[in-house]
Design a protein around this ligand. Structure first.
Ligand SMILES: [Zn+2]
Length: 232
């Protein structure tokens, strides 16, 4: 029973910056000067170039940067969309190769997933890929260690938009808005049905409150990082 409560405690606590990143993914950041800075992230992929353009038109309107965790296999099948995301200023990051659950794979297979995705994305974008988000945000130790050995920083999120569910734009926007603080990393999806409308509402609101929208790479260089132990 004692171990159970200890486990609960370890699962719940957000670790301080001295936690070894090999055993915990990045959840959010404490910007040094308390600046209102957050990172918008978009996962997976989509099959619609117009959706990508529309997304960047909204980002550009509010001078917002964003990070895209792309599936390697999807990237291989949609090279023009990947190039478009990079050309319009998106920070490109790995979301593994097949989007299968890495927690159930061997370390060798996990590394193959990561290496293949990084290779595809680097070839298409000429960007050095340094950030990784595991499909479904699952981070057993072997996933974190594999990423670390490949010099990839594992990124989670501290606000989930649940934009993959059938929710209205207003519902997505208001649930994010309710939780938002500086240093947050927000999870959204490239192919979310109401994601763009929610994004527009969010950026309009937060811009008026002087928030700045950085890539994850820039945000994690702006202050101490909040890691969190995983209990999967
Ligand atoms: Zn995903």
């Amino acid at each position: 029973m004692k171990e159970f409560f200890l486990g609960l405690f370890l699962c719940a606590v957000i670790a301080n910056p001295v936690v070894n990143p090999v055993v915990a993914p990045v959840y959010s950041v404490n910007p040094n000067d308390g600046a209102f800075e957050i990172a918008l992230t978009f996962d997976d992929g989509c099959d619609d170039g117009e959706q990508v353009d529309a997304l960047f038109n909204i980002l550009d309107k509010y001078n917002a940067a964003a990070t895209f965790f792309l599936i390697g296999e999807w990237a291989e099948q949609n090279p023009e969309l990947v190039k478009k995301i990079a050309a319009r200023g998106g920070e490109i990051a790995s979301h593994a190769y097949t989007h299968k659950q890495l927690n159930f794979m061997s370390p060798e297979k996990i590394k193959e997933e990561l290496t293949k995705s990084v290779s595809v994305l680097e070839k298409l974008t000429n960007q050095k890929i340094t950030l990784f988000r595991s499909p479904y945000g699952e981070y057993k130790d072997k996933v974190l260690k594999s990423a670390n050995e490949l010099n990839l920083t594992s990124i989670k999120w501290n606000i989930d938009s649940y934009d993959w569910q059938s929710r209205s734009a207003h519902s997505i926007y208001s649930s994010i808005k309710k939780e938002i603080t500086n240093g947050d990393i927000i999870l959204m999806h490239l192919n979310g049905k109401n994601t763009l409308k929610a994004l527009e509402l969010l950026l309009k609101d937060l811009s008026a409150k002087n928030y700045k929208f950085l890539t994850v790479g820039d945000l994690i260089s702006r202050g101490s990082i909040n890691y969190k132990f995983e209990c999967s």
